[in-house]
Design a protein around this ligand. Structure first.
Ligand SMILES: [Zn+2]
Length: 292
């Protein structure tokens, strides 16, 4: 009965957000790691098959009536990537955007652009997958209990939610109220760079060389927070006081550095107020000289 009700509710949904809300209403006690295969089977996925294909890809084959489907994932996927691929394909199935022109590639599973119909549908399936594997209320509670932002939290969250570090970073930035940004630097080149909602616009982009402040460190040992040059990372306006930016890095194997930037919003507000007070209290010497 409950399953029938869920299926009826899902049929009436047409966005990632409404689908997720319906699924979580029927799974109020969900916890990490989210049982993605059980949920998929409950809503119409009859089989999850492995593809011997070496190419990293996944697909969903919907039956003629649109009620059931089979998901296929390449055997070359790691467990966290396989979980994300299943959630992504479940998203296509429930959003009725299953690809007919071939499987989804690794690029499709990290798509966030919306400038073509194809990219929009892939981005929507990814939003569904991230929201399913890392439900917002659960993530918000995890972030709360972890406390002040730290790069090691991203690695811990990836492990407890059964997702890749990149997927955990992206969701962390969606959910955190803190002003922070996360970068992945591979062989000295920025591979991923994204700010949270309250962090200023970043000057550094994918493909850029990393600033020299990201140094060699001991593997898996986060560095202390250090103050870095804001202009190395942010788009700065000449008229605005530049904020104090702190950085923490975590070196991983294969010359990968995970970097977190953080700005203390409360301290910045206080500094702005101070600067304003100083500007209004300060006598206008220049004007006095002009009047003489
Ligand atoms: Zn796709």
């Amino acid at each position: 009965m409950a399953r029938e009700r869920l299926l009826t509710e899902l049929a009436g949904c047409n966005s990632a957000e409404t689908l997720l809300a319906a699924i979580f209403r029927h799974h109020p006690d969900i916890s990490a790691p989210v049982p993605v295969e059980d949920i998929a089977r409950r809503v119409g996925i009859t089989d999850i098959r492995g593809l011997s294909d070496e190419v990293v890809s996944s697909s969903v084959l919907v039956d003629g009536t649109g009620v059931t489907a089979v998901i296929s994932c390449s055997a070359a996927l790691s467990t966290p990537r396989r979980r994300f691929a299943i959630a992504h394909q479940l998203g296509h199935f429930l959003l009725k955007t299953a690809r007919e022109d071939g499987p989804c590639s690794a690029r499709d599973l990290s798509e966030n652009r919306r400038d073509t119909l194809h990219r929009k549908q892939e981005a929507q399936a990814n939003r569904f997958a991230a929201g399913l594997l890392m439900p917002k209320p659960l993530m918000a509670a995890s972030l709360d209990s972890l406390g002040k932002p730290a790069i090691a939290h991203v690695v811990a969250l990836a492990a407890s939610y059964g997702v890749t570090t990149e997927a955990a970073a992206s969701r962390y930035l969606d959910v955190t109220p803190a002003a922070c940004a996360i970068l992945f630097i591979k062989h000295g080149v920025v591979h991923y760079a994204r700010p949270s909602r309250t962090f200023p616009a970043m000057a550094i982009q994918r493909g850029d060389a990393a600033p020299s402040s990201v140094l060699e460190d001991k593997i898996d040992q986060p560095t202390a927070w250090i103050t870095v040059e804001a202009r190395d990372w942010l788009i700065l306006s000449r008229d605005v006081r530049s904020p104090k930016v702190s950085m923490q890095a975590l070196a991983k194997k294969n010359d990968l550095h995970l970097v977190m930037l953080s700005i203390n919003a409360a301290a910045e507000r206080r500094a702005d107020e101070e600067a304003e007070k100083y500007a209004t209290e300060r006598p206008s010497f220049g004007r006095g000289v002009d009047r003489r």
